[in-house]
Design a binder for this molecule. Structure first.
Ligand code: GTP
Ligand code: MG
Length: 331
């Protein structure tokens, strides 16, 4: 299961209690106060793990609690610090507070591998009685409680990070293209909505300039009104610097490729105006099938831009497309 949205309740640990204690030693009739401070409560920390690609681990652990700090003790001993609760999240995890802030802004957008964010801070430990001794008050008999740890509710939303995003109608051949370009082995089949969750593959050998390519479910007319699988999954290509529109030029499902082009442009715009303005390339797929030749001219005039005739099946046109993708990526 692919989970890209979770609600999380987090509790940092409370600080430990400070100690009330007095030094008792042979031959020292009146030892001074020596109660140590309580330990700090553990934090709830998010850390970006590049091995993860979705939030499923948190789905089954919706309540994150860090440990409380230990109490202080005599001889100025500070209580032990509470253990942090560390949660791993995939790159591209955006954290929102609940209830949402005024502007609806996220608390943090975690993108870099290894990046850390303290979601809830543990409480400070209470001071022990030794801290309250003054010249006029040499036997303080009180200490502080630890401070409570922060707590809160949050929504974590994954907006995957890929440089290039594949967009197309169901069955256009998006997953076939990802498979042709990378080592990824997505499910490919001749029925619509084969791909149900986004998948990100890496294109290029280590010696070449590599880039990440996101394959997402197929988009249909009215997706922005919830038709098909809706358009929520488009958020996984919102951060792409380039989009690659994949069109079935042979019209295998009885569709008109020029219309498909217009429909894709429209659905992208309706999802997010910024996505409608994102640089994009157009791949005219299934050029191995005879029907594609006659549809290509109409697609060209609808798009009024360079079109790359390709076949994800035979490999035809793929090197030229790959070259164009690389050139379109920001340096
Ligand atoms: N002849 C031919 N068939 C292709 C080509 N590319 C893909 N196909 C076929 O088209 C069908 C759909 O391919 P997929 O790669 O699953 O398409 P998709 O766009 O990922 O589809 P969804 O995941 O359902 O949105 C499969 O039967 C593929 O074998 C191509 O270049 N030529
Ligand atoms: Mg697919």
């Amino acid at each position: 299961m692919f989970v890209d949205r979770v609600r999380l309740h987090a509790n940092a640990g409370n600080g430990g209690r400070g100690a009330v204690s007095f030094l008792r030693e042979k031959f020292v009739p009146k030892g001074g106060p020596d109660g140590g401070d309580g330990g700090k409560g553990g934090d709830v920390v998010l850390i970006v793990d590049p091995q993860l690609n979705n939030l499923i681990d948190l789905r089954y652990r919706p309540h994150a609690r860090a440990r409380h700090g230990g109490s202080g003790s005599g001889k100025q001993c500070t209580g032990r610090g509470g253990e942090d609760c560390v949660l791993k999240v995939p790159p591209g995890t955006v954290v929102y507070p609940l209830p949402p802030g005024e502007a609806g802004d996220p608390l943090v957008d975690l993108t870099h591998p290894g990046e850390k964010f303290v979601l809830c801070h543990g409480g400070r430990g209470g001071r022990g009685n030794s801290r309250f001794a003054t010249s006029t008050r040499q036997t303080p008999r009180h200490a502080e409680d630890g401070r409570p740890g922060e707590a809160g509710e949050f929504i974590l939303i994954l907006k995957s990070i890929a440089q290039v995003g594949l967009v197309g109608l169901p069955n256009a051949g998006k997953s076939s293209l990802l498979a042709a370009f990378s080592a990824a082995r997505p499910k490919i089949a001749s029925y619509p909505f084969t791909t149900l969750a986004p998948y990100i593959g890496v294109v290029g050998s280590p010696e070449e300039t590599r880039f990440t390519l996101a394959d997402i479910p197929g988009l249909i007319e009215g997706a922005n009104e919830g038709k098909g699988l809706g358009h929520d999954f488009l958020r996984h290509i919102e951060r792409c610097s380039v989009l690659l529109l994949v069109i079935d030029t042979a019209g295998v499902d009885g569709r008109n490729p020029a219309e498909d082009y217009r429909l894709l442009r429209k659905e992208l715009r309706l999802h997010d105006a910024a996505l409608g303005k994102r640089p994009f390339l157009v791949a005219a797929n299934k050029s191995d099938l005879p029907e594609s030749a006659k549809n290509l001219a109409a697609l060209r005039s609808a798009a009024r831009r360079a079109i790359f005739p390709i076949s994800a099946k035979s490999g035809e046109g793929l090197p030229a497309l790959l070259d164009a993708i690389r050139k379109s990526l920001p340096a």
